[in-house]
Design a protein around this ligand. Structure first.
Ligand code: ATP
Length: 336
């Protein structure tokens, strides 16, 4: 197996009293989009800056293609220019006084490459992001999406082993953001790019990523494919952060012939989860579910796994109705 393109081993980064990154370990394999997802302040950007060499860790190890680039214990630290990674940040910072071509050529000029090599590589990078015909355009005459593509081409121009993207779409309007998400995914597959992606937007994370790490207070709460973290959240934080969950307080009941949870109004829901075997009869539990897994039915004779509910409010959202429902002592928001 090839070495991971990027590997963190127990990396810690502190700012005064804050553990911004608190013992984080992960590997990104070639051709993978690995996304750090979490709320503001959870340590996503700091993790990305550690990979770039813009921050030095307090402890742990960071490796690029199997080579150590930051190991404080050995006083080893490679600065950003020696890691040669491509980066695009939220404020994609293209230079307004330069043409599209010169914006993308900039990193190559800094590296003093020949004019011929620059011409070839810039053309290739612009073609790959669909800006082939615009190389002589002033960068101020571009739309937001086109400027974003220039920033991407500039990050790709020297074919970096790893692309670091920090909220690269957040300055675009909603429609364009959606389109760019798909374009980015297509481009990543076409060029087989390896990407560390930072976002607080769960839709972006779900549609773009091969794997997602959900971050909370400097730690990884859960790492997995979008399907794994959505379908099987390992903590309630992950469940709440990714999509909506509804939570109902309940009591575990166990008797010969089965186990079930009993809700505040006495309704029963049969469950079959091995991890509940360790709990005693009468233990307080929380039942959580995705709203889309709950069906709203007209009132009828109670049947297994149905609970009585009262609709408080109905909102019309164009493609669906949103129901505010009171059931078993909880207020739930469901769609239908
Ligand atoms: P956001 O989505 O808001 O950018 P984030 O998840 O990227 O948030 P970080 O920017 O990595 O979070 O910040 C993690 C923690 O470290 C926060 O508590 C932040 O206030 C703190 N922090 C980050 N940079 C510094 C700094 N240069 N000096 C002091 N504290 C910092």
């Amino acid at each position: 197996m090839p070495p991971a393109v990027l590997e963190f081993r127990g990396v810690v980064k502190r700012f005064q009293t804050v553990n911004a990154v608190d013992g984080v370990s992960f590997s990104i394999m070639p051709g993978e989009i690995f996304t750090l997802l979490g709320p503001s302040g959870c340590g996503k950007t700091t993790t990305l800056r550690l990979a770039a060499g813009l921050e030095e860790p307090e402890s742990g190890e960071i490796l690029l293609n199997g080579m150590a680039v930051a190991v404080p214990e050995r006083r080893l630290f490679l600065p950003p220019e020696r890691r040669r990674l491509g980066m695009v940040f939220q404020s994609y910072a293209i230079w307004p006084h330069l043409t599209v071509f010169e914006n993308v050529a900039f990193p190559l000029r800094v590296r003093r490459e020949s004019n011929e090599a620059i011409r070839q590589r810039v053309s290739r990078a612009l073609e790959s992001v669909g800006l082939g015909g615009l190389s002589e355009r002033a960068s101020t005459q571009l739309s937001g999406g086109q400027q974003q593509r220039v920033a991407l081409a500039r990050a790709l121009v020297y074919e970096p082993p790893l692309l670091l993207l920090d909220e690269p779409l957040s300055n675009l309007d909603a429609k364009l953001r959606e389109q760019m998400r798909f374009e980015l995914r297509t481009l990543q597959r076409k060029l087989n790019l390896t990407v560390l992606y930072v976002t607080h937007d769960q839709t972006e994370a779900m549609t773009l990523s091969d794997r997602i790490a959900v971050m909370h207070r400097g730690c990884f709460e859960q790492t997995g494919t979008p399907g794994e973290v959505y379908e099987k959240p390992s903590t309630s934080f992950v469940g709440d952060f990714l999509g909506r969950t509804i939570v109902i307080e309940a009591t575990l009941r166990r008797a010969t012939g089965g186990q079930w949870v009993e809700l505040a109004d006495g309704a029963r829901i049969a469950i079959d989860l091995p991890q509940l075997e360790t709990l005693r009869d009468g233990a307080a539990v929380r039942v959580s579910a995705r709203p889309e897994d709950i069906e709203i039915l007209p009132e009828a004779e109670p049947a297994p796994n149905q609970i009585g509910a009262i609709i408080d409010q109905v909102g019309y959202l164009g493609d669906r109705f949103e129901y505010h429902v009171r059931a078993a002592g909880a207020l739930l928001v469901l769609s239908a």
